[in-house]
Design a protein around this ligand. Structure first.
Ligand SMILES: [Zn+2]
Length: 296
């Protein structure tokens, strides 16, 4: 009897230790990572997989240019091992937040190594709008995760490889979609200047009444210039943005007769039930909206 009991204890112990190997890490064992905004959060989830717990500060449809952090955000940063940021002047509110959190998180700049597009004296932060750049974001995140959690390096490498392959397909699909638009029609108006990297990578011209940030309103003169330009160059479509007030674009469309081509997702993903819950969904939504407005 006692032999039987001993052996069942042994079997139980063996089963438990086997379970701890095959079960995913418990929530408290995961590497806590804060991403400054939703698009970065999606990249980190794809590379980090089961080993990480990701929190984003600026959530779905939020505008990171003009975000006001809350005390909860400082708490999230205090608990994190890594804080992944875009850089290029996108999150002007972040350095102070990191400092005030008192945490020891390492700040990782996901745009490291990307040549910034410049507008006057400002760097354009919207580098993610070129899929080739998104691949560099992913490589930077993979390397930062491997450094912070060496035991997971192989997992991060495999996850990144799988995701990078999806991004390569996406990049080719965008190029093929743009090729289907007649050259003379490859121009649109969007609310703020968020598509400069997209324009440079894929050859669609974007004109925007608002600059590379949303922190200032366009002047009456800026709007008048856009309206004249729109009439002269017969720009076929005007696009709304998920993070911007649609009234200005509706007015421009009404004054020029250009049609509203739909909504573009520029600086933020949507919630799970929206059109763009992931980066890949966002790019696919945008290119579909552009091609259907410009080819019809
Ligand atoms: Zn923006």
């Amino acid at each position: 009897m006692s032999v039987l009991r001993k052996s069942s204890v042994f079997v139980l112990c063996a089963a438990l230790s086997l379970l701890s190997v095959i079960l995913p890490a418990r929530a408290q064992d995961k590497i806590h990572i804060v991403a400054s905004f939703s698009i970065l959060g999606d990249f980190v989830r794809n590379v980090g997989g089961e080993r990480v717990a990701v929190t984003t500060l600026v959530g779905p449809n939020g505008d990171a240019h003009v975000y006001t952090p809350s005390p909860t955000d400082a708490k999230k940063i205090a608990d994190a091992k890594l804080v992944v940021v875009n850089g290029l002047g996108f999150e002007g509110w972040l350095p102070r937040l990191v400092k005030s959190s008192g945490g020891k998180a390492t700040v990782v700049t996901a745009t490291q190594g990307i040549a910034p597009r410049k507008l006057d004296s400002h760097e354009d932060p919207h580098a993610w709008q070129s899929v080739a750049n998104a691949k560099l974001y992913v490589a930077n995140i993979r390397d930062a995760l491997a450094k912070a959690d060496p035991a997971g390096a192989n997992a991060y490498k495999a996850n990144a490889e799988a995701y990078l392959a999806k991004l390569a397909v996406l990049d080719n699909d965008v190029k093929a979609a743009v090729a289907s638009i007649p050259k003379a029609r490859r121009k649109v108006i969007s609310t703020h200047d968020a598509f400069g990297y997209f324009a440079a990578a894929y050859g669609i011209e974007f004109i925007a009444p608002q600059g590379v940030s949303t922190d200032s309103e366009p002047s009456a003169k800026d709007i008048a210039v856009i309206i004249t330009q729109l009439k002269l160059s017969k720009i076929p479509a005007v696009f709304l943005e998920n993070i911007a007030d649609p009234r200005l674009m509706r007015r421009i469309a009404a004054e020029t007769g250009a049609k509203i081509g739909g909504t573009l997702y520029s600086d933020s993903l949507t919630a799970e039930n929206g059109d763009a819950p992931t980066y890949i969904d966002m790019v696919r939504h945008n290119i579909k909206a552009l091609t259907s407005a410009l080819t019809s």
